[in-house]
Design a binder for this molecule. Structure first.
Ligand code: FMN
Length: 220
Protein backbone atom coordinates (compact mmCIF):
# COMPACT_ATOMS: atom_id res chain seq x y z
CA UNK A 1 0.00 0.00 0.00
CA UNK A 2 1.26 3.49 -0.88
CA UNK A 3 0.60 6.47 1.37
CA UNK A 4 1.38 9.92 0.01
CA UNK A 5 1.91 12.60 2.67
CA UNK A 6 1.69 16.24 1.55
CA UNK A 7 2.71 18.73 4.23
CA UNK A 8 1.97 22.45 3.87
CA UNK A 9 3.48 24.02 6.98
CA UNK A 10 6.71 26.04 7.13
CA UNK A 11 7.03 25.77 10.92
CA UNK A 12 9.37 23.24 12.58
CA UNK A 13 7.63 20.24 14.14
CA UNK A 14 8.28 21.36 17.74
CA UNK A 15 6.28 24.57 17.05
CA UNK A 16 3.59 23.04 14.84
CA UNK A 17 0.55 21.24 16.22
CA UNK A 18 -0.50 19.89 12.81
CA UNK A 19 2.98 18.45 12.22
CA UNK A 20 2.83 16.86 15.67
CA UNK A 21 -0.45 15.20 14.64
CA UNK A 22 1.38 13.92 11.54
CA UNK A 23 4.18 12.52 13.73
CA UNK A 24 1.63 10.68 15.91
CA UNK A 25 -0.17 9.37 12.81
CA UNK A 26 2.94 8.08 11.02
CA UNK A 27 4.52 6.61 14.17
CA UNK A 28 1.35 4.59 14.79
CA UNK A 29 1.15 3.57 11.13
CA UNK A 30 4.78 2.34 11.13
CA UNK A 31 4.19 0.47 14.42
CA UNK A 32 1.09 -1.28 13.05
CA UNK A 33 2.42 -1.99 9.58
CA UNK A 34 6.07 -1.27 8.77
CA UNK A 35 5.55 -2.51 5.19
CA UNK A 36 3.37 0.45 4.19
CA UNK A 37 5.28 2.60 1.74
CA UNK A 38 5.17 6.29 2.74
CA UNK A 39 6.25 9.13 0.43
CA UNK A 40 6.67 12.52 2.13
CA UNK A 41 6.39 15.76 0.20
CA UNK A 42 7.16 19.00 2.05
CA UNK A 43 5.63 21.67 -0.17
CA UNK A 44 7.97 24.29 1.29
CA UNK A 45 10.93 22.20 0.04
CA UNK A 46 9.45 21.63 -3.44
CA UNK A 47 6.94 24.47 -3.89
CA UNK A 48 4.29 24.14 -6.58
CA UNK A 49 4.12 27.04 -9.03
CA UNK A 50 0.81 28.85 -9.49
CA UNK A 51 -1.03 27.68 -12.59
CA UNK A 52 0.18 30.12 -15.25
CA UNK A 53 -1.29 30.74 -18.73
CA UNK A 54 1.45 28.67 -20.47
CA UNK A 55 0.89 25.80 -17.99
CA UNK A 56 -2.89 26.02 -18.49
CA UNK A 57 -2.43 25.93 -22.27
CA UNK A 58 -0.03 22.97 -21.98
CA UNK A 59 -2.17 20.93 -19.59
CA UNK A 60 -5.85 21.83 -20.16
CA UNK A 61 -6.07 23.24 -23.70
CA UNK A 62 -5.41 19.92 -25.55
CA UNK A 63 -8.29 18.41 -23.54
CA UNK A 64 -10.82 21.19 -24.04
CA UNK A 65 -9.86 22.04 -27.65
CA UNK A 66 -9.54 19.08 -30.02
CA UNK A 67 -6.30 19.20 -32.01
CA UNK A 68 -4.61 21.88 -29.86
CA UNK A 69 -0.83 21.39 -29.93
CA UNK A 70 1.03 23.09 -27.06
CA UNK A 71 4.25 24.93 -27.86
CA UNK A 72 7.45 23.59 -26.28
CA UNK A 73 7.28 26.37 -23.70
CA UNK A 74 3.65 25.48 -22.84
CA UNK A 75 4.52 21.79 -22.57
CA UNK A 76 7.51 22.52 -20.34
CA UNK A 77 5.40 24.76 -18.08
CA UNK A 78 3.46 21.62 -17.10
CA UNK A 79 6.52 19.76 -15.74
CA UNK A 80 5.66 20.10 -12.01
CA UNK A 81 2.07 19.10 -12.70
CA UNK A 82 3.04 15.96 -14.63
CA UNK A 83 5.50 14.65 -12.04
CA UNK A 84 3.30 15.41 -9.00
CA UNK A 85 0.09 14.12 -10.64
CA UNK A 86 1.96 10.89 -11.40
CA UNK A 87 3.01 10.66 -7.73
CA UNK A 88 -0.64 11.16 -6.69
CA UNK A 89 -1.70 8.37 -9.07
CA UNK A 90 0.55 5.90 -7.22
CA UNK A 91 -1.21 6.62 -3.89
CA UNK A 92 -3.83 4.45 -2.18
CA UNK A 93 -4.15 6.87 0.74
CA UNK A 94 -3.47 10.60 0.71
CA UNK A 95 -2.57 12.42 3.95
CA UNK A 96 -2.68 16.24 3.99
CA UNK A 97 -1.09 18.09 6.93
CA UNK A 98 -1.65 21.85 7.33
CA UNK A 99 -2.66 24.73 9.62
CA UNK A 100 -5.86 26.67 9.03
CA UNK A 101 -4.89 30.05 7.61
CA UNK A 102 -7.58 32.67 7.06
CA UNK A 103 -10.36 30.10 7.42
CA UNK A 104 -8.95 27.99 4.61
CA UNK A 105 -5.95 25.93 3.56
CA UNK A 106 -2.53 27.57 3.10
CA UNK A 107 -2.17 28.93 -0.47
CA UNK A 108 0.71 26.53 -1.15
CA UNK A 109 -1.65 23.56 -0.63
CA UNK A 110 -4.21 25.10 -2.98
CA UNK A 111 -1.43 25.64 -5.55
CA UNK A 112 -0.52 21.92 -5.26
CA UNK A 113 -4.18 20.93 -5.82
CA UNK A 114 -4.32 23.13 -8.93
CA UNK A 115 -1.21 21.35 -10.25
CA UNK A 116 -2.36 17.78 -9.64
CA UNK A 117 -6.09 17.90 -10.38
CA UNK A 118 -5.80 18.04 -14.13
CA UNK A 119 -7.90 16.39 -16.86
CA UNK A 120 -6.11 13.62 -18.70
CA UNK A 121 -3.88 13.12 -15.63
CA UNK A 122 -5.94 12.44 -12.50
CA UNK A 123 -9.45 12.56 -13.98
CA UNK A 124 -11.24 12.51 -17.31
CA UNK A 125 -14.36 14.27 -18.59
CA UNK A 126 -16.91 11.78 -19.89
CA UNK A 127 -19.93 12.20 -22.16
CA UNK A 128 -22.61 14.26 -20.41
CA UNK A 129 -20.08 16.02 -18.19
CA UNK A 130 -19.51 13.22 -15.67
CA UNK A 131 -16.07 12.72 -14.19
CA UNK A 132 -14.05 9.51 -14.42
CA UNK A 133 -11.24 9.24 -11.85
CA UNK A 134 -7.82 8.26 -13.23
CA UNK A 135 -6.35 7.49 -9.80
CA UNK A 136 -7.01 4.82 -7.18
CA UNK A 137 -7.03 6.84 -3.94
CA UNK A 138 -9.34 5.13 -1.48
CA UNK A 139 -9.04 7.43 1.49
CA UNK A 140 -8.04 10.99 2.39
CA UNK A 141 -6.72 11.92 5.85
CA UNK A 142 -6.66 15.57 6.96
CA UNK A 143 -4.39 16.57 9.88
CA UNK A 144 -5.20 20.17 10.84
CA UNK A 145 -4.61 22.74 13.59
CA UNK A 146 -6.41 26.03 14.19
CA UNK A 147 -6.56 28.77 16.83
CA UNK A 148 -10.36 28.97 16.98
CA UNK A 149 -12.77 26.26 17.99
CA UNK A 150 -15.00 24.94 15.21
CA UNK A 151 -18.25 23.06 15.55
CA UNK A 152 -19.37 20.51 12.97
CA UNK A 153 -20.52 22.11 9.67
CA UNK A 154 -19.22 25.46 10.95
CA UNK A 155 -19.95 28.10 8.27
CA UNK A 156 -16.53 29.72 8.95
CA UNK A 157 -14.72 26.50 7.94
CA UNK A 158 -13.57 26.99 4.36
CA UNK A 159 -10.83 24.38 4.77
CA UNK A 160 -12.49 20.98 5.20
CA UNK A 161 -15.51 22.06 3.11
CA UNK A 162 -13.33 22.92 0.11
CA UNK A 163 -11.23 19.76 0.42
CA UNK A 164 -14.33 17.57 0.72
CA UNK A 165 -15.82 19.14 -2.41
CA UNK A 166 -12.52 18.80 -4.30
CA UNK A 167 -12.04 15.12 -3.50
CA UNK A 168 -15.71 14.26 -3.97
CA UNK A 169 -15.27 15.71 -7.47
CA UNK A 170 -12.39 13.24 -7.90
CA UNK A 171 -14.59 10.39 -6.64
CA UNK A 172 -13.18 10.05 -3.09
CA UNK A 173 -15.75 10.28 -0.31
CA UNK A 174 -13.84 8.49 2.50
CA UNK A 175 -12.32 11.49 4.32
CA UNK A 176 -11.09 11.21 7.92
CA UNK A 177 -10.13 14.30 9.91
CA UNK A 178 -8.00 14.86 13.03
CA UNK A 179 -8.36 18.53 13.87
CA UNK A 180 -6.67 20.17 16.85
CA UNK A 181 -8.82 23.29 17.09
CA UNK A 182 -8.82 25.85 19.92
CA UNK A 183 -5.02 26.05 20.02
CA UNK A 184 -4.86 29.79 20.87
CA UNK A 185 -6.97 32.14 22.96
CA UNK A 186 -8.87 29.50 24.91
CA UNK A 187 -6.42 28.77 27.74
CA UNK A 188 -3.61 26.24 27.90
CA UNK A 189 -5.67 23.44 29.45
CA UNK A 190 -8.34 23.61 26.78
CA UNK A 191 -5.73 23.76 24.00
CA UNK A 192 -3.98 20.68 25.42
CA UNK A 193 -7.26 18.80 25.80
CA UNK A 194 -8.18 19.49 22.16
CA UNK A 195 -4.68 18.54 20.97
CA UNK A 196 -4.77 15.27 22.95
CA UNK A 197 -8.16 14.34 21.47
CA UNK A 198 -6.93 15.15 17.94
CA UNK A 199 -3.76 13.08 18.53
CA UNK A 200 -5.86 10.07 19.57
CA UNK A 201 -8.08 10.58 16.54
CA UNK A 202 -4.98 10.67 14.29
CA UNK A 203 -3.77 7.40 15.85
CA UNK A 204 -7.20 5.77 15.40
CA UNK A 205 -7.21 6.81 11.74
CA UNK A 206 -3.69 5.31 11.38
CA UNK A 207 -5.11 2.03 12.75
CA UNK A 208 -7.87 2.13 10.10
CA UNK A 209 -5.33 2.78 7.34
CA UNK A 210 -3.08 -0.06 8.52
CA UNK A 211 -6.11 -2.39 8.46
CA UNK A 212 -6.80 -1.38 4.85
CA UNK A 213 -3.35 -2.77 4.02
CA UNK A 214 -4.03 -6.16 5.68
CA UNK A 215 -4.53 -9.07 3.28
CA UNK A 216 -8.17 -10.24 3.17
CA UNK A 217 -8.53 -13.65 4.90
CA UNK A 218 -9.83 -16.29 2.45
CA UNK A 219 -13.41 -17.43 3.29
CA UNK A 220 -13.55 -20.87 4.97
C1 FMN B 1 -1.51 33.57 8.52
C2 FMN B 1 -2.30 32.91 9.62
C3 FMN B 1 -3.68 32.86 9.49
C4 FMN B 1 -4.43 32.19 10.46
N1 FMN B 1 -5.78 32.12 10.28
C5 FMN B 1 -6.51 31.43 11.18
C6 FMN B 1 -7.92 31.30 11.00
O1 FMN B 1 -8.52 31.78 10.05
N2 FMN B 1 -8.62 30.60 11.93
C7 FMN B 1 -8.01 30.01 13.00
O2 FMN B 1 -8.70 29.39 13.81
N3 FMN B 1 -6.68 30.11 13.19
C8 FMN B 1 -5.92 30.81 12.31
N4 FMN B 1 -4.56 30.90 12.48
C9 FMN B 1 -3.94 30.22 13.63
C10 FMN B 1 -3.35 28.86 13.25
O3 FMN B 1 -4.28 28.05 12.58
C11 FMN B 1 -2.89 28.14 14.54
O4 FMN B 1 -1.80 28.86 15.07
C12 FMN B 1 -2.49 26.70 14.30
O5 FMN B 1 -2.03 26.15 15.50
C13 FMN B 1 -1.37 26.62 13.27
O6 FMN B 1 -1.05 25.27 13.02
P1 FMN B 1 0.40 24.75 13.36
O7 FMN B 1 0.54 24.82 14.86
O8 FMN B 1 0.44 23.36 12.84
O9 FMN B 1 1.39 25.64 12.67
C14 FMN B 1 -3.79 31.59 11.57
C15 FMN B 1 -2.40 31.67 11.69
C16 FMN B 1 -1.66 32.32 10.73
C17 FMN B 1 -0.17 32.39 10.87
Amino acid sequence: MNVLHICANPRPVQESVSKQLATAFFMRLAERNPDINVTNVDLYQSPPPFLTLPAFRGLWQPIIEAGYKPTTGEYNAGAYSRSHAEQLKQADVLVLTMPMWNFSMPAIMKAWLDQVIVPGATFEFEEGGTIKPLHHIQKIVLLIASADEFKEEDPRDGLTRELRATFEFLGVTDISIAWADGQHGHGEDEAKEHKDIATETAQDIADEVSEMAMPVEPQA
